[in-house]
Ligand binder design. Structure first.
Ligand code: SF4
Ligand SMILES: [Zn+2]
Length: 118
């Protein structure tokens, strides 16, 4: 979508975004700011227009900031078909092998449980 051709609908959904009253910097934490990233993702959680927000980000290939609860890298991986949802926590992750179904933190929990049982 070209921003020069925004329709009324395109603008209206933005007015329903949960981040509307946040400082824009909040939604653009620097890469090293994991707490800021977590906070921005919380702002997106339950946002009624997350789907439109994600779609626009993908359409415009806009990988800046947190949108729809995802970092730019997470959105790019999703758009490029490289990401999938962890079967345990439902977070997006990029599998390193085809058979990987859990994100790294969840795989570590599973491995820890297996060791504890043996
Ligand atoms: S999904 Fe997040 S970034 Fe997008 S409009 Fe909603 S709160 Fe804002
Ligand atoms: Zn997980």
């Amino acid at each position: 979508m070209n921003t020069a051709t925004l329709t009324r609908d395109d603008i209206n959904w933005r007015l329903r975004g949960q981040c509307l009253y946040e400082d824009p910097d909040v939604m653009h934490p620097v890469d090293s700011d994991k707490l800021g990233e977590k906070y921005a993702k919380k702002v997106c959680a339950g946002c009624p227009v997350a789907q439109q927000c994600l779609q626009e980000s993908v359409d415009l290939r806009d990988w800046h900031g947190i949108r729809a609860g995802l970092t730019g890298n997470e959105r790019r991986n999703l758009a490029e078909g490289n990401a999938q949802r962890c079967i345990r926590c439902r977070d997006l992750f990029v599998p390193r092998v085809d058979t990987q179904v859990r994100c790294r933190p969840c795989a570590r929990v599973r491995d820890g449980n297996r060791k504890a049982k043996s």
